[in-house]
Ligand binder design. Sequence first.
Ligand code: GDP
Ligand code: MG
Length: 224
Amino acid sequence: YGDASQKIDYVFKVVLIGDSAVGKSQMLARFARNEFSLDSKATIGVEFQTRTLVIDHKSVKAQIWDTAGQERVDILTGEKGGIWSDFMIKEELITLLKVAFGLGTNVDFFSAVGGSMNRYRAVTSAYYRGAVGAMLVYDITKRQTFDHIPRWLEELRSHADKNIVIILVGNKSDLEDQRAVPTEDAKEFAQKEGLFFLETSALQSTNVENAFMTVLTEIFNTVN
Ligand code: GDP
Ligand code: MG
C-alpha cells in the first residue's frame, strides 16, 4: 500500500460526498488501509487519507477527502448527529429556521446565522477546491440516501470543476435482503447524468478498489 520513497508523478484529489452513515469513511478506510470497522465513529470535521498507486507506469498519489455534516451541524445548533443528516445541512433555509426557532428573535439571531453560514460556505468551498474526482455515495438499504443524490450532484456541480470525474456508488451491497434501491434505478440515473456507477460493500471489500480505480484511471486518462 504505497512506498513513501517513490517519486510522485501525479496527485489527484478525490472527494467523498453523500448522506451520513452511508459508509463513506469505511470505504476510505478500506481503500487507504484495507480496514473496516462496524462501530465506525462519525467523522470529525474534514480529513483526508492518501494511497499511492501505479497507473500506466506512473505513480499517482490519491488524496481522498472525507467529511461529516454532523460537525457542521454542531456549529449551527450545538446538536450532535440526531435527525440532521449531511444532506439537511445543505438546506440553508431549513437551517435558518432551525436557528431561528432555537434562538427566538433576539439580536443574537442575525450574528449567529451570519457567522454559521460563512463558516459553512468556507468549509464547503475548501472541500471542493482542486478536486478532480468525486464519489457520490448512497446506502442501497436507505431509499432517502439515494433520493438525496440529485441534490448532492447539484452542490458538486456548483462548487467543483466542471470536468470533475464522478462515480455514483451504492454501498452496503452485502445487505441484499434489506435492499431499498433497485440497481436498475441507480444505473438509469447514472446514465442520464453521465456518471460512472458501481455497487460496493466496504464490509466485504466488494468493488471498493474498483470504484476508486474507475475514478482515478479516468482522471489519469484525461490528463494524459
Ligand atoms: P459515513 O457517515 O458515510 O462516513 O458512514 P461510516 O463509514 O461511518 O459508516 C456508517 C455505518 O455503516 C458504520 O456502522 C459502518 O460500519 C457501516 N457500514 C459502512 N459500510 C458498510 C458496508 O459496506 N456494509 C455494511 N453492512 N455496513 C457498512
Ligand atoms: Mg464519515
